[in-house]
Write a protein that binds this ligand. Structure first.
Ligand code: F6P
Length: 347
């Protein structure tokens, strides 16, 4: 199926930003205009754009030079239109008023979840998966993940040398929400002595054993902890965070809790580095630029061919389309056998 005439297409980026968003926007717009002669409108700040009818022109000039730039020229937000009275009607009215035939929604689980619901409500939409967390089950990788892992790995490399000088335990807290992918990959790439992930509640006594063993072999331990990691029930006190518009708890703080507990139990000095949004900022790696560009090219092909309600997905080295419903159904978490590979290097 191929769309015969010129289309007017809206583009938006929602959720936490990540390196590579601009590369997608550029690929969608360049191919859409140069190959298919379509027209584009950029909606600002994710779903807030069509909700509030806040849009900007998106032509080839607007996307010049943005390939290596982090963030998103369109802005982002965690707006959930289904939390606003008449949210869906406001969006469909904006689309009708502006003569928009289709939307390209670039986002993670939440943004694509909304895209799937809007598709069911009659909106022509194609999704592109992004998230540094790499937690979407329908795609092998999301762009942004490789950059986040690279940033964390470089930080771990630097922390190794200062940890050795001061005979300290250095803890690196990384993002990833409820999936341990960033911690796992950064920890393996950076040669961490312990990696703690949400999928495997940790035993603080065992963690302290690893720490002591590491000192006994005359090295200083580096612990990588995912922000969503938790201790086994009843072994350590933890805090509850605030909740956002999609019902997600705001994470962060486990590194500091670990620091105190390790100091108390081992008598060794421990310090925490929370990498936070550093992992999401700045220029994308080559891998992420290529993946983002390919996703953009396939997304505009999908729009042109009228294959709505789908999302681009990487399977091996090929890019295909999966249904949005399938894409957002299940969170992709670290399987036990993948964690076991890393455990060989613990302690
Ligand atoms: O989903 C991406 C992510 O960076 C998570 O790893 C993290 O938990 C969350 O977003 C942080 O969100 P915010 O930027 O709203 O603090």
């Amino acid at each position: 199926m191929c769309h015969a005439g010129r289309m007017r297409i809206g583009v938006l980026t929602g959720g936490g930003d990540c390196p590579g968003l601009n590369a997608v926007i550029r690929a969608v717009v360049r191919k859409g205009i140069e190959v298919y002669s379509h027209e584009f409108v950029g909606f600002r700040d994710g779903w807030r754009g069509p909700l509030d009818d806040d849009a900007t022109a998106l032509d080839v000039t607007a996307v010049r030079g943005i390939l290596p730039r982090g963030g998103t020229i369109l802005g982002s937000s965690r707006t959930n239109p289904y939390r606003h009275d008449g949210g869906v009607e406001r969006i469909t009215q904006t689309l009708a008023r502006r003569g928009i035939d289709a939307l390209v929604a670039i986002g993670g689980e939440d943004t694509l979840g909304v895209a799937g619901r809007l598709y069911a409500d009659g909106v022509a939409v194609v999704g592109v998966p992004k998230t540094i967390d790499n937690d979407l089950s329908a795609t092998d990788y999301t762009f942004g993940f490789d950059t986040a892992v690279t940033v964390a790995m470089e930080a771990i490399d630097r922390l190794h040398t200062t940890a050795e000088s001061h005979h300290r335990v250095l803890i690196v807290e990384v993002m990833g929400r409820h999936a341990g992918w960033i911690a796992l990959h950064a920890g393996i790439a950076g040669g961490a002595n312990v990696i703690l992930i949400p999928e495997r509640p940790f035993d603080i006594a065992k963690v302290c054993e690893y720490v002591e063993h590491r000192f006994a072999t005359h090295y200083a331990p580096i612990l990588v902890v995912a922000e969503g990691a938790t201790p086994k029930e009843g072994t350590m006190a933890v805090r509850e965070g605030d909740v956002d518009a999609f019902g997600h708890v705001r994470l962060s703080g486990i590194g500091t809790l670990l620091e105190k507990e390790i100091e108390a139990r081992t008598g060794k000095e421990a310090r925490t580095t929370v990498l936070g949004h550093v992992q999401r900022g700045g220029t994308p790696t080559a891998y992420d630029r290529v993946l983002a560009t390919r996703f953009g090219l396939h997304a505009i092909d999908a729009v042109h061919e009228g294959r709505f309600g789908t999302m681009t997905a990487l399977r091996g080295t090929d890019i295909g389309l999966v249904s949005l419903a399938e894409a957002t159904g299940v969170l992709k978490t670290v399987p036990p056998q993948r964690y076991a590979e890393a455990e060989v290097f613990f302690g």
